[in-house]
Design a binder for this molecule. Structure first.
Ligand code: PMP
Length: 394
């Protein structure tokens, strides 16, 4: 018994079937209820939100607001502020641009990070804010002794990924949060690769900011989330929809998430993201975690047995999600990915995965091939991938 009936779930994903999709870390597919929510908006009640009193705007506003509640509940963040963004990248930029920095402030991040959790921080150098980057231990996890050493009175924020989009490693965010609290430092967690694959509780982690992408958790593209413990930052975007009143001199912002959502948002996307959260809760994130772990274990075990294949994964199943990077001796990562597509209809990613500093750190000049598992993948698909690589290797 693998936690749930995957063949029943696959029926909800019309796009499955023609291809073996193992690029879920880049973006996931959406199930019918999510697609239906978008169509329902377009067919039946499309209207702007929070503006006017007519009946369509009331339906639209209500559903959009309710989607925030659903997403907040999904991540255990009811007591904080759940802001809809267009993706993880936007959320991180909103935090980088919204904190009031002082010259000399420092930020700590890790070598694991996606460019999105590095470049917005590095850009603060123009305000005199600098970034310290910590390395990894032998299990590919951030070296916490280095973190403790590098944190200093000038450190204002630690920004760390919850799960790596290259190595699949799950980082000890709770331990990192404790270190942050002891030092009076804020914590931002990049949950882009965690939220779709395991139970997440932001209150339990005790972070200040938590960002993720809706489009990687079965939601529409153009959706993401910035969760904040409190409204501690200035809104980066100003304009309509985020103000309670505007006078000749200034303005009073709205409270809650509205303060951070200026302009007309992706309304149907947000509503459909709420449906995606419901869909995942319906399956149960514990079941998703267990199911994907079984597939991941098999994939790693069998990959390691192929001559010439090197796998870059933490050893213990509890320390990793189903993101598996590897290389095949004598082949370029893009070559493998292309052959898998052309010969076997298998979609994997290849290259740097938006993590060039990590690739350099690991000495991987052309990056890796990356297979990333989603809740609708099957053991059969894993076996197909393995058989196809065996064939390429010859
Ligand atoms: N962080 C991590 C860990 C990611 O995997 C990704 C997406 N690959 C991002 C950030 C950026 O997400 P988005 O492109 O949705 O902004």
């Amino acid at each position: 018994d693998l936690g749930y009936d995957v063949s029943a779930i696959r029926k909800d994903f019309p796009i499955l079937g023609d291809v073996v999709y193992l690029d879920n870390a880049a973006t996931s597919f959406s199930p019918e209820p999510v697609i239906d929510a978008i169509i329902d908006f377009e067919h039946n009640y499309r209207a702007n939100i929070g503006r006017g009193v007519h009946r369509l705007t009331q339906i639209s506003s209500q559903k959009y607001w309710h989607a925030h509640e659903k997403v907040a509940t999904f991540i255990g963040g009811e007591s904080g502020i759940t802001v809809f963004t267009k993706n993880t990248t936007e959320g991180i930029n909103m935090v980088a641009g919204g904190i009031s920095w002082n010259q000399g402030d420092r930020i700590v991040t890790t070598i694991l990070e996606h460019h999105s959790n590095l470049l917005p921080w590095r850009a603060l150098s123009k305000k005199g804010v600098f970034v310290d980057v910590i390395g990894l231990n032998s299990s590919y996890s951030p070296d916490l002794s280095e973190l403790k050493k590098v944190i200093c009175p000038q450190t204002k924020l630690v920004a760390v990924t919850y799960a790596s989009n290259v190595l699949g490693v799950v980082t000890p965010v709770k331990e990192i949060a404790e270190i942050c609290h002891e030092n009076g430092v804020m914590l931002l967690v990049d949950g882009a690769q965690a939220v779709p694959h395991m139970p997440v509780n932001v209150t339990d982690i005790s972070c200040d900011f938590f960002v993720f992408s809706g489009h990687k958790m079965l939601g529409p593209t153009g959706t993401g989330v910035l969760w904040m413990k409190e409204a501690s930052i200035e809104p980066l975007f100003l304009g309509g929809g985020m103000v309670e009143s505007v006078t000749g001199e200034g303005f009073t912002p709205e409270s809650g998430y509205k303060k951070y959502e200026a302009g007309t948002p992706n309304i149907s996307g947000g509503i459909a993201l709420g449906v995606a959260a419901d869909y995942l809760s319906g399956i149960g994130m514990d079941a998703v975690r267990e199911y994907e772990e079984t597939l991941t274990n098999r994939l790693i075990e069998r990959l390691k047995k192929i001559p010439g294949v090197t796998v870059y994964s933490p050893g213990r199943p509890e320390d990793r999600i189903g993101v598996v990077s590897f290389n095949v001796e004598g082949f370029r990562p893009h070559g493998i990915a292309q052959e898998l597509d052309e010969n076997a209809d298998i979609m994997v990613r290849s290259g740097y995965h938006c993590c060039q500093p990590l690739m350099e750190y690991l000495g991987l000049k052309e990056g890796t091939v990356r297979a990333s598992i989603g809740l609708y993948n099957t053991m059969h698909e894993i076996d197909l991938l393995i058989a196809s690589i065996e064939e390429i290797v010859g």
